[in-house]
Design a protein around this ligand. Structure first.
Ligand code: ACM
Ligand code: ZN
Length: 764
């Protein structure tokens, strides 16, 4: 082996002259030196492998065949024949290298030489090499650019999650998903196997979990709150044999599968199977809609712990992962408050309240998992009440949980909703149903998993990050692919590339080639990055503009107003009257090459006027600030267009509109949104006020105001103020709507501050 290595060192120095060629690999390797010529891969090329790499060689051979149609010979290195100048691809474990953390890949004119100290690192190198192959089915010969790569990962935890409870995906698709992870150099698959809407893993000791809990009678159709159901029974689970098959498939690709069994919340499917596990003893019904259930495992009853431990015992035997995910998120305490058994447990264990009961639950299970030689990982709620030092925290409600955990010495996986939730829309004009919110590709790429405020020692606790794929609105495999591709590529680069090497401009240059590869591999993917990007902006003189942008440098932006095509886009479109505005990408000749994006504007006396807020909305729902309330856009799609709302958390709306001069008006309409299951409540009853002023300082209530409220929960509420004196004259209007306050008992989020969502104020 030594001899081989020194010969290759000669190859690098003698036969290599460098060039500036670009390779379209993702995640981009950390150290790349490009040569000038090519290695010609053909059916005459042999794969020569060293001891211990037989399986890798055979994997590589199969992948080359899948991508190119070429069938290469595979041979074990006999230790005798010289390896160079042979048209070989050589895979070797190199015990002697001082480069322990990654792989080296040398492509010269005559040889491709891939080496690493460990199989997992060699596997990463194989992924790089595979991406150097153009995807060309039935190729006769393929040119691979000469280069030298020395590459290793930035983070040890590079994860993707998949929820198979809300929608179930068969074994073949899970394998396809794992292949995508391998291709992008992820090393962890977090498999969310149980939730309120379905139990998905066979547990021998509790057969009803799959006989009953793996089914729901029907499924919600459309957006949350639609109240429409499909009337079709929905079932699915993995047998233990299938689980083993998937774990083996992942292990062969150096991917650890972390199973998640949710507790103490998100447990309705388990309760439906075994009602004794709940506080009320049921009957329960596997959920048919999304959201959070108040029915959770009874934390007072010792038989719950026996059940959970039995389940985990079988799970731990199936999964070699050292980390076992126990959920821990979103567990309402409503049932525990009135359950005598839970109350008794609180007394007996000297706990302060139901929150301490939750941490008692987590700690008790943690102890059990530890006793079996494994460690727990859980959503950041598991931090509440203290944790053993070997627990890992998954920070999903922002990065604060992760920061707190790192500071107290726990390991952390960052997966904040703001940057890592691939169930959010990647286009702000998404036309398929998603959970809402907006996470474009470029925002994923901005993510930095290590918060700047951590010390160097604390930062070492950040193991990496993970993309989460909640499947409420992903009913089929193709939709899952569409939601993760290409965002999975952006996150892969965050996790792999050293900070100094991350470069979005370079990523953007590679993106068309990355998408082409997905297409050739028959994956569905999103091209949202190239969609027209629309925003509503404030123009001078209290005017509203519709701004359109495209990353397509060769086309035109076509425009229609009220169905009639008008002059092509050359700058923000002035919106001075109510109507339907549409835009699409056209080629150089004006031929339409994208879908039409449509926006309705409703112009009124407040549109575009100067508006100020007393309280700022929360950053996650801050739209375009106060202007969002007078931008002429009225939300009609609820959370599917959540960027149109200003969201106030435990704060009142207090806005002042300045019309610049006295105006006459006879009606004010305030548009709010209610979705109590998502903690969004209407304004406090009788708190809404419309006040007038001519100096902007002293405001007064007009006499005899009349309010009517249209709409009920889960809809847009329109609150109309019409003064009895018919016409009022004023320069300023102040609008007050008080936040609902604390969410009452018996509701999701009880005890927390309610959100107040407002999207528009009309003055007529
Ligand atoms: C979560 O998104 N509920 C962890
Ligand atoms: Zn109970």
């Amino acid at each position: 082996m030594k001899k081989l290595f020194s010969l290759l060192a000669v190859t690098i120095s003698c036969k290599f002259s460098f060039s500036q060629k670009q390779i379209n690999i993702v995640p981009y390797p950390n150290d790349v030196k490009m040569g000038k010529g090519y290695f010609d891969l053909s059916s005459a090329t042999k794969i020569i492998y060293g001891k211990g790499t037989e399986k890798l060689a055979s994997y590589f051979k199969d992948q080359v065949t899948n991508l190119t149609g070429l069938s290469l010979k595979v041979e074990l290195y006999d230790g005798k024949n010289p390896l160079l100048n042979k048209n070989n691809i050589q895979l070797f474990l190199n015990d002697e290298t001082s480069f322990k953390e990654g792989y080296t890949l040398l492509v010269s004119k005559t040889t491709i030489d891939l080496k690493a100290k460990e199989s997992a690192l060699l596997f990463n190198g194989i992924q790089t090499l595979l991406q150097l192959l153009p995807v060309k089915k039935s190729a006769k010969s393929i040119s691979i650019p000469q280069l030298f790569i020395k590459d290793s990962a930035r983070f040890p935890y590079r994860g993707m999650h998949l929820d198979v409870s809300r929608h179930f995906f068969p074994v073949a698709f899970i394998k396809k998903y794992i292949d995508l992870l391998a291709m992008h150099k992820y090393n962890t698959f977090h498999w969310h196997l149980s939730d309120d809407q379905g139990w998905r893993i066979e547990i021998k000791k509790y057969p009803l979990l799959t006989q009953i809990g793996s089914c729901r009678d029907q499924t919600l159709v459309g957006n949350y709150g639609s109240n429409k159901y499909d009337g079709t029974k929905y079932c699915g689970f993995y047998t233990q044999e299938q689980v083993k098959e998937i774990v083996q498939y992942a292990t062969d690709r150096f991917i650890t599968v972390i199973p998640e069994i949710e507790m103490p919340g998100h447990a309705v499917a388990a309760l439906t199977s075994y009602p004794y596990l709940g506080c009320t003893k049921g009957p329960y019904k596997t959920m048919e809609t999304w959201g959070i259930s108040e029915d959770v495992f009874c934390a007072g009853n010792d038989s719950t712990y026996t059940f959970v431990e039995d389940v985990l015992k079988e799970v731990m035997e199936l999964f070699p992962s050292k980390l076992i995910h126990i959920g821990g998120d979103e567990c309402p305490k409503v049932r525990w408050k009135t359950c005598p058994v839970c109350q008794q447990k609180i007394k007996k264990e000297n706990l302060k309240d139901e929150h301490e009961l939750q941490s008692y639950f987590v700690k008790r299970i943690e102890k059990f998992v530890n006793s079996q030689g494994k460690n727990i990982i859980g959503w950041d709620e598991i931090l509440e009440g203290g944790l053993a030092p070997n627990a890992t925290v998954m920070s999903w409600r922002g990065t604060e949980g992760g920061i707190a955990a790192a500071r107290q010495g726990n390991n952390v996986v960052m997966t904040p909703g703001s940057h890592c939730y691939f169930d959010h829309s990647q286009s702000n004009n998404e036309d398929s149903i998603t959970i809402g919110s907006y996470l474009p590709l470029e925002k994923v790429y901005e993510f930095e998993p290590v918060p700047a405020k951590l010390s160097a020692d604390e930062a070492k606790r950040i193991l990496g990050a993970q993309g989460n794929v909640w499947t409420e609105y992903m009913t089929n495999e193709s939709k899952v692919e569409y939601m993760i591709l290409p965002r999975i590529a952006a996150l892969a680069e965050i996790l792999w590339s050293t900070t100094g090497k991350r470069d979005f401009a370079n990523f953007e240059k590679r993106l068309p080639f990355i998408l082409k590869r997905y297409k050739a591999m028959n994956y569905n993917y999103s091209t949202a990055f190239y969609d027209l990007n629309t925003s509503v902006i404030k123009l001078p003189n209290d005017k509203i503009g519709w701004k359109l942008a495209t990353k397509n440098k060769n086309g035109l932006i076509l425009l229609k107003i009220n169905g009639k095509q008008v002059k092509n886009y050359s700058g923000p479109v002035l919106i001075n009257e109510t109507g339907e505005y549409e835009a699409a990408m056209g080629d150089k000749n004006g031929y339409v090459i994208s879908k039409w994006i449509n926006q309705i504007f409703k112009i009124n006396k407040a549109s575009g006027k100067f508006i100020t807020l007393k309280n700022e909305p929360e950053i996650f729902y801050s739209g375009s600030g106060a202007f969002s309330l007078v931008d002429g856009v009225q939300n009609s799609k609820g959370m599917a267009k959540s960027a149109e709302f200003l969201g106030f958390l435990g704060k009142d709306l207090e806005a002042i509109i300045d019309f610049g001069e006295k105006i006459n008006f006879s009606e004010v309409r305030i548009h709010t949104f209610t979705q109590t299951a998502s903690w969004i409540y209407p304004a406090k009853q009788n708190s809404i006020k419309v006040l007038i002023s001519n100096d902007g300082i002293n405001f007064m209530l007009p006499q005899n105001e009349i309010f009517t409220i249209e709409g009920n929960s889960n809809v847009i509420n329109k609150i109309t103020f019409s003064p009895s004196q018919k016409i009022i004259q004023s320069r300023y209007i102040k609008i007050i709507a008080e936040d609902y306050g604390i969410i009452p008992e018996g509701n999701p989020g009880a005890g927390n501050a309610a959100w107040l969502f407002v999207d528009e104020v009309e003055v007529l």
